[in-house]
Design a binder for this molecule. Sequence first.
Ligand code: ADP
Length: 480
Amino acid sequence: MSQETNFIAGEWVVASKATANINPSDTNDVLGEFAQGSSADVGEAVAAARAAFPRWSRSTPQERHDVLKRTGDEILARKDELGRLLSREEGKTLPEGVGEVTRAAQIFHFFAGECLRQAGDKLASVRPGVEVEVTREPIGVVGLITPWNFPIAIPAWKIAPALAYGNCVVIKPAELVPGSARALVDIIARAGVPAGVLNLVMGKGSVVGQAMLEHPGIDAISFTGSVPTGRAIAAACVAAQPMKKVQLEMGGKNPLVVLDDADLTVAVDCAVNGAFFSTGQRCTASSRIIVTEGIHNRFVDAVAERMKALVVDDALKAGTHIGPVVDAKQLEQDLSYIDIGKAEGARLVLGGERLNRATPGFYMAPALFTETTADMRLNREEIFGPVASVLRVKDYDAALAAANDTAFGLSAGICTTSLKYSSHFKRNAEAGMVMVNLPTAGVDYHVPFGGRKGSSYGSREQGRYAVEFYTTVKTSYTLP
Ligand code: ADP
């Protein structure tokens, strides 16, 4: 089988090692052999990026706009094919895969526009006759380290602003999903990005990722992934010589509050979508559903009823609501939390078992626990699978306290018809994103994405706020 190669200095380069990319819906289906890069590959990629930087950082906004616009156009034109590739390698359903690809195109189109809107400030100085200008410049070479759960959208929302603001890039996608990143880089390359500006090195975090952290030619790292890896990356960036700018998006243990006055249909939709769609493998998934006493039993019964109708099957099959878990390791982790929940005394209402389907894959029935308490591991640790727990509380105040009782702070939702409670929740939820009568997962692409507390570190991603990370500010004084 031929190898899907790395992209370095404008060339597709074979690596000394390769690894199989396997379909989690059908482990007999191999997407191909993908490069396993080395630290030497990272060295070459960084050298190419550094060499390309002087010219790219001074390119016109029009040139950068055109590359990003053409990229968005091609992604959109090929959304069905790329969505299929994504669903085949990651396991989210085909409509979810096509939706994510469409999102990637929209992100490129948004940042194509941002190329033309880069602005600075010109101010009068406090000293007579002096002029002050505040401008933004690219940071240099950015290293992007991405996870497996959004194989094209996350690379897109890091690559697009990096290029828009004139940076050069070395990207390392997650080992489980190199195919989508490879397809994206191929499109950007053919859209006219000059050689060396964008480099792709596939492979292990401990090898390729580590080499990126250690390389003095990388000025900044943007990472999305787990908390332990994020913490280690932040420490490495601070310890590096010279220090690297760093941005981290990590986990969540996102609460969805359901109050007595909620519209039951809306609340059930939010819970089922937020907890189980994309197999619960979203950092914004609703894993803690905090429900007030008056609606608790009706809500649990209605959610359980809806869950019985969910079809868990091959991601590419029409009619599938929930695809497989991404791999054997993640499935084992998800199933272990079913045992942990039971041992902690929570009540498993339904689901939580491994399922067999026509093809060998990592299928699991979405699980709902009730009678849980805030101190249970079930409510404290990110599971990253189709497992949700219900926490029964007395009233809104107890619900808000429970929602904020977590080390994380990415997204927080509330279902209520009360303006008073929704306004109070928006103001007091300790989260980067708040959703009223909407699932905790599912965001727009033109506004900031990110969290507080243990969920995020550094400036926000996406929308106009991305400029904070991908540029550095210069203050110039002139006496004309
Ligand atoms: P996940 O559970 O989503 O796989 P990780 O944090 O392990 O989360 O992985 C997210 C990304 O970080 C992946 O691209 C992975 O290869 C990379 N990564 C893992 N370990 C390291 C490391 N020590 N240094 C740099 N990158 C790493």
